[in-house]
Design a protein around this ligand. Sequence first.
Ligand SMILES: Cc1cc2nc3c(=O)[nH]c(=O)nc-3n(C[C@H](O)[C@H](O)[C@H](O)COP(=O)(O)OP(=O)(O)OC[C@H]3O[C@@H](n4cnc5c(N)ncnc54)[C@H](O)[C@@H]3O)c2cc1C
Length: 386
Amino acid sequence: MMDQTDNHAEIRAEVAKLCARFPGEYWRKLDEVRGYPTEFVNALTEAGWLAALIPEEFGGSGLPLSAAAAILEEVQRQGCNGAACHAQMYIMGTILRHGNDRQKAEYLPKIASGELRLQAFGVTEPTSGTDTTALRTVAKREGDKYIVNGQKIWTSRAEHSDLMLLLARTTPRDQVTKKTEGLSTFIVDMRTVLGKGLTIRPIRTMMNHNSCEVFFDNMEVPAENLVGVEGKGFRYILDGMNAERLLIAAECIGDAKWFIEKSVGYAKERVLFGRPIGQNQGVQFPIARAYAQMRAAEAIVQKGLEKFEAGVNPGEEANMGKMLAAEASWAAGEACVQTHGGFGFAEEYDIERKFRETRLYQVAPISTNLILSYLGEHVLGMPRSY
Ligand SMILES: Cc1cc2nc3c(=O)[nH]c(=O)nc-3n(C[C@H](O)[C@H](O)[C@H](O)COP(=O)(O)OP(=O)(O)OC[C@H]3O[C@@H](n4cnc5c(N)ncnc54)[C@H](O)[C@@H]3O)c2cc1C
């Protein structure tokens, strides 16, 4: 029925095979205790899927972004949850693009082999939120180290990662001409500072996401762990955002396909009043509409991936694709719950779990309003609002 785009069909088939080893029951048990899917992440790492974007010279498979999108879409489509590890794919890009030769040689092969996990991305703070350049975490150079003080929130997977990519202010905001200047990016080896300047506190959320608050109290980071040039870190983070948005959009498309397939199957087999419920257009149409939304989002994401791979700025498609895909997965989730009636709420059907999980993507990693603002200002040329 679906998947008219058969791009990376072999990768999708292999990922689906791996995911079959991690059925709904596996995720349900973890969901109950808010546990981390270590076995699943290890399996993806061992199969090389999480190193898809790492170049071959550093031990990865050097695949294009569309292949990474196919991997993550398939993970979601099979009912698994890539949120446990998706960040590794796009955070790594900051080291690859802006790290020096020593950093690349030291970290990338170990990330590719799974010896080191780079899953944590410390950008958001409780007071600054979306207004990233107002962040308050400060890194002060003292000799051959930086001393970091401050706090992050929603640092996902911090407890299950060895490394964190951290954005901190190195020059006070009132001493820079542009507020985007004076921010720097660091590779923090959390193993060396945990309990010694670094405290991690998990936040329980409505879905199993292993997100945390992270506190820095005179945390020492070797100066050699600064990525690129001091003060230019915001630009480095922005550089990775199109890839991040396209990959998250691919995950939402995978979620939408999972919900739609479940809905169609159930609508055909559940018989009431002497006929399948799917024969009623009141049941059929919301599923058909979600399908149309998903296909439209998929086409935009595909276009974004093509532009990205051709070296053309995919900002417009990456933003639109992320927004449309997150809305499509939500519409599909809503249709799926409604189609299943009471069973949509029963944990053993996995629908309520996926429903909770997919809601996040209208808020994180970027909320819908901020995407609309990008389109309004940067694509349509309307006045800047902030
Ligand atoms: C489960 C989870 C995991 C996350 N993982 C990470 C992570 O690993 N690393 C990380 O750094 N961050 C992470 N985040 C943070 C996420 O990126 C932010 O939650 C998101 O960017 C929104 O920021 P905020 O929560 O501070 O909301 P706020 O910035 O406070 O915004 C609140 C609302 O106001 C709207 N708003 C704000 N300003 C404007 C404006 N100018 N115009 C119109 N609307 C506006 C927003 O769209 C939003 O709906 C995660 C968040 C969650 C919930």
